[in-house]
Design a protein around this ligand. Structure first.
Ligand code: PGA
Length: 532
């Protein structure tokens, strides 16, 4: 298999047209296998252009099209007869008697298919076959699950293909349900095959084609067995490399992500006094370096704060209505998307971490404060830009005053800051306890109470019991509102593992799907890269 990777669709079209030109100029009576769909249109335009400049003569060429809908009349606007006339035949000097397209008007499809196959053989077989590829890997109308040894035949369209092609019809119920198509054997008996693919929607199909193995789940994989097969695709179809950026208060983590795996990374420090432009310049420098070394398709950024109408507001960063996506995109010349950092972390976990497969989930980050990323129906939910500020959900209207101006916010009871305060108060009230001793010996952290409880300290157990009750109360509210499949806990406290999860799930029964997030600091990078 030869692989030609082009920068974009236009280059794919030119490269493919050049192969056709060489074929026809080398053998003027070539038998060409032609395809429809949006992909070959650019190549057909190039060929028509070459013809108008006198660079190719189609007068002796014979053509066989791959397929036609069934049933469909030839003059239907969506028939492949009409498509070929509009996109190629009407623009070149082809002899109409040498054009072959399966007859979608036939009353005997089996006989039509047999005759079509014989006609190809009578012309000595196809010299050069052009193919597009469906996003499910179909070629012609050979759909996933079909046999790979077929000749021209009638076939039912898969629901994915009906969905993909419904863009050409008034609605999906107007797409014909069947087609007459060359089989995989017919295609494989062509002397030379080129397959064109463009755009990210084809990436999965191309990835399977390029990986080991042949499978009926992706009929195009059979082409690897052909002795003269060339794949021509643009970098969007070939590559799934994106940059993910996770902006934090002190540093920004930038990673190159290939198929949800970080393959390269770099941290950039954020220093006091830096402006929004300075931070963007520093990110852009790293992104440009990565883009020079990898085939990067886009950049995703997770940032603290609120993102609305393309602008970012973040209290601990110099972003005050800053157009981060536009500013970074204009420096790096790649598409840039921006989302809240907790939302990106949730997406990262949902794609490649502890939330894999959960269409509805929450990631609750427990640290200095409490925040959440919300995944609803497989996508980030950000409301009008500020959803996920769950730390400011009120759990006691007469409770502790919060710097936000309200009373009884959840994070005043269930953040790591709150746990530290509760630990300090208990140590003061019970200086004789193990907890009291630990607190005198070293600085109080979120771990102190867990450590003392582990050492058998009753005071520490009471601190944790009270803390878990508050944590569970807020989680319970969220579970009642969102009814998620799972709730993931991240942030420093998640290092406590089962010591945290078991008491929480006990308090939340019958809900028992609170888990520790898996990807730690990488979640934000992977999620941001997946914003694409
Ligand atoms: P497309 O279709 O070129 O319109 O993407 C290709 C195919 O389905 O084979």
């Amino acid at each position: 298999m030869n692989v030609i990777i082009c920068k974009d669709y236009d280059e794919v079209s030119v490269k493919a047209a050049e192969i056709f030109k060489r074929q026809i100029n080398g053998k003027p009576n070539s038998v060409l296998g032609l395809a429809t769909g949006s992909t070959p249109i650019g190549m057909y335009n190039c060929l028509a252009d070459m013809y108008s400049k006198g660079e190719i003569d189609f007068s002796q060429v014979t053509t066989f099209n791959l397929d036609e809908y069934y049933p469909i009349s030839q003059d239907n606007e969506q028939s492949y007869h009409t498509f070929m006339n509009n996109n190629l035949f009407g623009k070149i000097n082809i002899d109409a008697s040498r054009i072959h397209i399966p007859n979608g008007e036939t009353t005997n499809p089996a006989a039509e298919c047999e005759a079509y196959e014989k006609e190809i053989a009578r012309h000595g077989g196809v010299d050069l076959q052009i193919l597009g590829i469906g996003r499910n890997g179909h070629i012609g109308f050979n759909e996933p699950g079909d046999r790979l040894n077929t000749k021209t035949h009638i076939t039912a369209l898969s629901s994915d293909t009906i969905d993909a092609n419904s863009r050409f019809f008034e609605s999906s119920d107007k797409v014909p349900t069947h087609a007459l198509t060359m089989g995989i054997s017919t295609i494989m008996s062509s002397k030379k095959i080129i397959l064109l693919a463009s755009g990210h929607s084809k990436h999965n199909a191309i990835k399977e084609l390029l990986s080991n193995g042949i499978t009926t789940d992706n009929p195009a994989t059979m082409l690897k067995m052909h002795p003269d097969f060339t794949l021509i695709c643009d970098s969007a179809a070939y590559s799934d490399i994106h940059i993910g950026i996770d902006i934090g208060g002190m540093s920004t983590k930038i990673g190159v992500v290939d198929n949800n795996e970080i393959i390269d990374r770099c941290d950039v420090e954020i220093t006091a006094g830096q402006t929004a432009e300075d931070i963007t310049d520093a990110m852009a420098e790293v992104c440009l370096d990565f883009a020079a070394r990898y085939d990067v398709q886009s950049i995703g950024v997770g940032t603290p704060g609120i993102i609305a109408h393309g602008k970012v507001w973040a209290t601990n960063l110099p972003f005050c209505g800053f157009r981060l996506a536009d500013e970074l995109s204009s420096r790096v010349k790649l598409p840039v998307s921006v989302e809240n950092d907790a939302a990106c972390a949730a997406l990262g976990e949902q794609i490649a971490g502890a939330g894999a497969g959960a269409e509805n989930m929450l990631l609750v980050t427990i640290g200095t404060g409490i925040g959440a990323g919300i995944i609803m129906n497989g996508k980030i939910y950000s409301g009008c830009g500020a959803a996920g500020e769950v730390g400011h959900m009120c759990i006691d209207i007469n409770g502790i005053e919060c710097p936000c101006g309200r009373h009884g916010c959840w994070e005043q009871y269930a953040s790591v800051t709150a746990l530290k305060n509760q630990t300090a108060a208990a140590a003061k009230a019970h200086p004789e306890s193990i907890l009291g001793k630990l607190c005198r010996e070293s600085a109080i952290s979120g771990k102190t109470a867990f450590k003392a409880a582990d050492m058998g300290c009753e005071t520490a157990r009471e601190v944790l019991d009270n803390y878990f009750n508050y944590l569970a109360a807020g989680l319970n509210n969220l579970i009642k509102i969102f009814d998620p499949q799972t709730v993931l806990i991240s942030g420093g406290i998640s290092n406590e593992g089962d010591n945290l999860i078991i008491p929480l799930n006990k308090r939340l029964a019958p809900f028992s799907a609170v888990k520790i997030a898996e990807l730690k600091n990488d979640a934000g990078i992977i999620g941001a890269a997946a914003l694409k």
